[in-house]
Design a protein around this ligand. Structure first.
Ligand code: NAD
Length: 506
């Protein structure tokens, strides 16, 4: 990856050329398809709000074509041996690694995410494929549960064609997080990427196909959530929906899948607390606090958007934090020095800016930022913002802002910290900073969140369960948890032929 902004812009411009001439369509049964819909929408770059390309808005016929392709390809893919699937998925990982620069440059231009974070995203995506590839041969394994007169054994079978619906914040990595385990399990996929960032999904499906994933095993339909997404999640041939996005969309998806009794897996929003006690290693805590809300533009489901600081160290910690926030480098996402890039879309920028007004009206102090960032030229830039002296009842402490905005709430003791941490509709992640191990264990037990990190920022280990409780979601990804979702478990009970069968009507 180049270290010069100008060189990166030149490379990205050349890479995007292929998308400019005709609207981005779908990918069905191993081929690019224009689709039947005449409706198209613009895909706009957050860097300058210029139209990068146009996108076909998939309709009933497009969704039907993709689902039919996934259904037709399913039996053969399911029945391939796990070792064959492993080989193909490793080839996908190799191809992703080989094209990591292209993926990063396109992703940054499409989403506004800074290159310093996106340059590693393709490697994480490749790692998702490798991890699940290696587990494909044992995905169907079960257990034997014998009794004196019967042998019970279990096995797992791929559930069928699945829908994967993804958001715009880190689209490439998140798509692989769903698609890799689905393919390893033997499912076929129809993917609907977010309308604000559709480009890297097309790269992914092309890469998979070139690497040997057979036609129809992965399909892509572009379009708007309310139509293409809804039709997909309603379709009776789709057996399960793996969804990442907002909580209110997740609840719509449950309803849309209800008539066909569809299995759903929902990874939704968060308002995650990071709790800093006076006995913590405050230097490390400060680094982690800044990283977990201002990296990835704060557009991150596990961002620690509520900082709970113990009163005894509150002023000192917040002073140090304020000076770090004020020094964050806002800039062009392809500049290797940039720490915070432009927000995805004008609508999202307006939402984030509206919370600065809300904070002021609620009497929360805007200590740093609180406005659009000055930047030469156009672009959806916002100042990294620190809101202090908030009550946990304030809207900026309760609602997911999904931008580089941190709300600070003071607390006195462990009991109050747990109370504030749990006083939220969400339950995705929590971060605890303390040197007291007993307290760390108690808090980890008592905080209602699917993932707890103690003295650490978000640090992923792929076998561990990822997901949230309450309005943050249903289900877990990672390790075998992913296979539980993408596979049906069957029990087979066989008699030794010795037990007495009840006799009726003799
Ligand atoms: P969103 O819910 O608006 O959209 C997500 C996807 O759903 C898009 O592809 C969209 O087109 C589609 N969609 C919209 N309405 C639909 C419908 N009725 N039926 C089917 N599909 C529909 O979310 P977003 O704004 O793109 O993403 C941001 C959200 O994602 C945040 O809330 C964030 O916390 C969450 N997120 C969660 C995780 C996690 O792992 N928990 C990870 C990343 C992002």
């Amino acid at each position: 990856m180049s270290t010069s902004l100008e060189a990166n812009i030149a490379k990205a411009t050349a890479l995007l050329e292929r998308f400019r001439n005709q609207p981005l369509g779908h990918f069905v049964a191993g081929k690019h398809e224009r689709g039947s819909s005449s409706e198209v929408f613009d895909n706009v770059s957050p860097i300058d709000e210029r139209v990068i390309n146009r996108v076909v808005s998939g309709d009933e016929r497009d969704v039907q074509a993709a689902v039919s392709a996934a259904a037709a390809a399913f039996p053969a893919w399911r029945d391939r041996s796990g070792t064959e699937r492993r080989k193909i998925l490793h080839a996908v990982a190799d191809a992703i690694e080989a094209r990591r620069e292209e993926i990063a440059l396109i992703e940054c231009t499409d989403t506004g995410q800074a290159l310093r974070f996106m340059s590693g995203a393709a490697l994480r995506a490749a790692e998702n494929f490798r991890f699940f590839a290696d587990r494909a041969p044992s995905a169907a394994d079960g257990v034997s549960l014998p009794t004196a007169e019967h042998m019970n054994y279990t096995m797992r079978r791929a559930i069928g064609p699945v829908a994967v619906i993804t958001p715009w914040n880190t689209p490439f990595m998140l798509s692989t997080w769903k698609i890799a385990p689905a393919l390893a399990a033997g499912c076929t996929v129809v993917h609907k990427p977010a309308e604000w960032s559709p480009l890297s999904a097309m790269l992914l499906v092309e890469i998979m196909t070139e690497a040997g994933v057979p036609a129809g095993v992965v399909n892509l339909v572009n379009g708007v959530g309310e139509r293409a997404g809804r039709l997909l999640t309603e379709h009776p041939a789709i057996r399960a929906t793996a969804f990442i996005g907002e909580s209110r969309t997740g609840s719509l998806i449950v309803g849309q899948g209800a008539p066909s009794l569809k299995r759903v897996h929902l990874e939704l929003g968060g308002k995650n607390p990071v709790i800093v006690f006076e006995d913590a290693d405050l230097d490390r805590a400060l680094d982690a606090v800044v990283f977990m809300i201002y990296s990835l533009n704060g557009e991150r489901c596990t961002s620690s958007s509520r900082l709970l600081v113990q009163r005894s160290i509150h002023d000192q910690f917040v002073d140090r934090l304020a000076s770090r926030v004020a020094s964050l480098k806002v800039g062009h996402p392809l500049d290797p020095a940039t720490e915070v890039g432009p927000l995805i879309h004008r609508q999202h920028l307006d939402k984030v800016l509206s919370y600065f007004q809300v904070a002021r009206e609620e009497g929360v102090d805007v200590r740093v930022g609180g406005a659009r960032a000055e930047h030469p030229g156009p672009g959806l830039y916002v100042q990294p913002t620190l809101l202090v002296n908030a009550s946990n009842r304030a809207r900026v402490a309760r609602e997911e802002i999904f931008g580089p905005v941190l709300t600070v709430i003071p607390f006195s003791d462990e009991t109050e910290a747990i109370e504030i941490a749990n006083d939220t509709e969400y339950g995705l992640a929590a971060y605890i900073w303390t040197a007291n191990s007993g307290r760390a264990f108690r808090m980890a037990r008592d905080i209602d969140a699917g993932m707890i990190w103690v003295n650490s920022e978000n640090n992923r280990h792929l076998p561990t369960p990822f997901g949230g409780m309450k309005a943050s979601g249903i289900g877990r990804d990672g390790g075998d948890y992913s296979f539980e979702f993408y596979m049906e478990i069957k029990n087979v009970c066989m008699a030794y032929g010795t037990h007495r069968i009840p006799t009726l009507g003799r």
